[in-house]
Design a protein around this ligand. Structure first.
Ligand SMILES: O=C(O)CCC(=O)C(=O)O
Ligand SMILES: [Fe+2]
Length: 295
């Protein structure tokens, strides 16, 4: 192969891909390489490029990267959905931007749902809850988490009047068609239940994820809406960004992670922290690049 500007060993390649396929972001990979004696800038360039090519489903070269591949690794942030006005009129209400983070492109939003909408959603979801599974990144199979986990359910898109109103409101807020949305998900966390750090976009490392991406495109943005107040804990934590959003009933955290070129933002890694008392309920909307076609 011609045009190699940065060489790596097969051993390093295998180690990096193994960890990326387990859901590890580039920054901790680079830190591990530095701990093994790599120069910090070299480690970051290698980790970022392995990660970005793998996340996009590109073939990884056998022995080195070209300067073009190295230059294309860094995520290019675009103008985020919630740049501009702090108030958004939608569906007869005013949604307020309470906080913004540039990387990953994140906005904390107030007044996304009314208290009574939150309560109705909890009442509709409660009898349909099932133990949450996590998709094992390597196999694409649903597995029960080893940690104490949340319980969850999905509404079908526009399955009743309340859900349809919220699907449309979120579509307007997120500036993508209702049809590009997956059905709303509700999660309930008991005291001590958490969700581990994960990406919402689909890593194309197993057949199930590749087929889902082929049907509907990649996930591009997420809205997590808090359905209750939590006295302590329960934040949505972004460990690579050093940021956490605390649950407040009817408020939301929005974040985007797939740009027009199909690059994916590793800073969007996030986790659901366990409530220290009471319960935590969230409603999640994921948007796709194209019309969502369930599997
Ligand atoms: O529970 C949270 O705060 C985050 C939920 C989440 O990450 C998700 O639904 O994808
Ligand atoms: Fe998530």
């Amino acid at each position: 192969m011609s045009g190699i500007d940065l060489r790596f060993t097969e051993q390093l390649r295998d180690w990096a891909l193994h960890n990326i396929d387990r859901g590890i972001p580039p920054a901790p990979l680079a830190r591990a390489m530095v701990a093994q004696g790599f120069d910090a800038r070299l480690a970051a360039a290698l980790a970022d490029t392995f990660w970005s090519m793998r996340a996009r489903g590109a073939g990884i070269p056998a022995s080195g990267f070209s300067s073009e591949q190295l230059a294309d690794a860094a995520y290019r942030h675009e103008t985020p959905c919630f740049a501009g006005p702090n108030l958004r009129a939608v569906d007869g209400r005013t949604v307020r931007v309470a906080a913004r983070l540039a990387q990953p492109a994140t906005a904390v939003l107030d007044n996304v749902l009314d208290p009574d909408e939150c309560e109705q959603l909890v009442a509709l979801a409660r009898p349909r809850l099932a133990p949450s599974t996590i998709v094992d990144p390597a196999s694409g199979k649903d597995t029960m988490s080893m940690n104490r986990n949340s319980e969850g359910m999905f509404f079908r898109l526009e399955e009743n009047a309340l859900v349809a109103r919220i699907d449309r409101r979120l579509s307007t807020l997120m500036r993508l068609p209702v049809e590009q949305g997956e059905g709303l998900q509700v999660l309930r966390y008991a005291v001590g239940a958490a969700s581990a750090p994960h990406f919402d976009f689909l890593m194309p490392v197993n057949e199930a994820n590749r087929q889902s991406i082929a049907r509907s495109g990649q996930r591009v943005a997420t809205m997590v809406i808090y359905l209750n107040d939590v006295d302590e804990g329960g934040e949505t934590v972004f460990p690579e960004a050093g940021f956490a959003s605390a649950p407040r009933k009817g408020s939301a955290v929005y974040f985007e992670y797939c740009n027009r070129d199909g690059q994916l933002d590793p800073l969007s890694l996030h986790a659901g922290a366990a409530p220290a008392s009471g319960e935590k309920w969230v409603l999640t909307k994921w948007m796709r690049q194209r019309r969502f076609v369930p599997g």
